[in-house]
Design a protein around this ligand. Structure first.
Ligand code: HEC
Length: 244
């Protein structure tokens, strides 16, 4: 049987799948709940990204004019609202921060974010941007439960406010329990969730700008194959009718 022949390969695939789909270790994270087909959300995400992230992070695999075409943003609007670090619309998003300075200030160069949503997952980034908490022992004044000891400052603290982490001690081991928003920011928690969701949505989009087109095309390709398969089968029947 065919299935028997491929059984080892199928078993290997089944074993590999959870590893492939979940790069982050530990308990499953809540979904970011972003929607790559929501254009208004992607436009807001692009605005958030250039205003709050591109000061330190590049996105070197995406060009401004591609974003403008995909998200239906006019050239004037693009130049005025999104292009802070370059002049030409065919440029990719470079960071405003020279790598050498970044290394000096943070000890690491902030990673390029083009493929971050694909390597870490949208849920991870959503959780990461919700997990900064006050920690006076750190040079940035904050720490992060998703990436303990991170060099990234809490760049969204004016929006979210600053949280305090509550730890519970069990058998001498301290374990994270919950966050309390002790310093309020300019946004309500729900507004902040939406802000982060839009930003993560944009990061997912730049990770694979053709994703929605690929999916739409996939439906037609599958339909074609089904139809083609049906015709081939009929033809096969016709050819073999006299032989059987
Ligand atoms: C002031 C500079 C700065 C800004 C602005 C900034 N980051 Fe970062 N970011 C960093 C640094 C530095 C790191 C490397 C952290 C590390 O390795 O500890 C980092 C790392 C990251 C990571 C990788 C985390 C991981 O698990 O390795 C993500 C995701 C990220 N930033 C997202 C963002 C997003 C989204 C924004 C905009 C809302 C943003 N950053 C704005 C400095 C910045």
């Amino acid at each position: 049987m065919l299935i028997k022949k491929f059984a080892p390969a199928l078993a290997a695939l089944a074993l590999a799948l959870p590893v492939l789909s979940q790069a982050h270790e530990g308990p499953a994270l809540p979904s970011a709940g972003n929607d790559i087909r929501n254009e208004a959300s992607l436009q807001r995400g692009a605005r958030n990204f250039v205003n709050y992230c591109s000061g330190c992070h590049s996105a070197k695999y995406i060009r401004y004019n591609r974003i403008a075409a995909d998200l239906h943003i006019g050239e004037a609007e693009l130049k005025q609202n999104l292009m802070f670090t370059s002049e030409k619309t065919a440029d990719t998003i470079v960071s405003a921060l020279p790598a050498a300075d970044a290394k000096k200030w943070f000890g690491v160069v902030p990673p390029d974010l083009s493929l971050m949503a694909r390597s870490r997952g949208t849920s991870y980034i959503y959780a990461f941007l919700h997990s900064f908490y006050r920690d006076p022992s750190r040079p940035t004044g904050v720490n992060n439960t998703m990436l303990p000891g991170t060099a990234m400052p809490h760049v969204l603290s004016t929006l979210q406010g600053v949280q305090t982490a509550v730890f519970k001690t069990e058998d001498g081991k301290s374990e994270f329990e919950k966050f309390e928003l002790t310093d309020k920011g300019s946004m309500t928690p729900a507004e902040y969730d939406a802000f982060v969701r839009d930003t993560v949505n944009f990061l997912e989009y730049i990770g694979e700008p053709s994703q929605t087109k690929r999916q739409d095309l996939g439906v037609w390709v599958t339909l074609f194959l089904l139809l083609f398969g049906a015709f081939s089968y009929l033809l096969y029947k016709e050819y073999w009718r006299d032989v059987h």
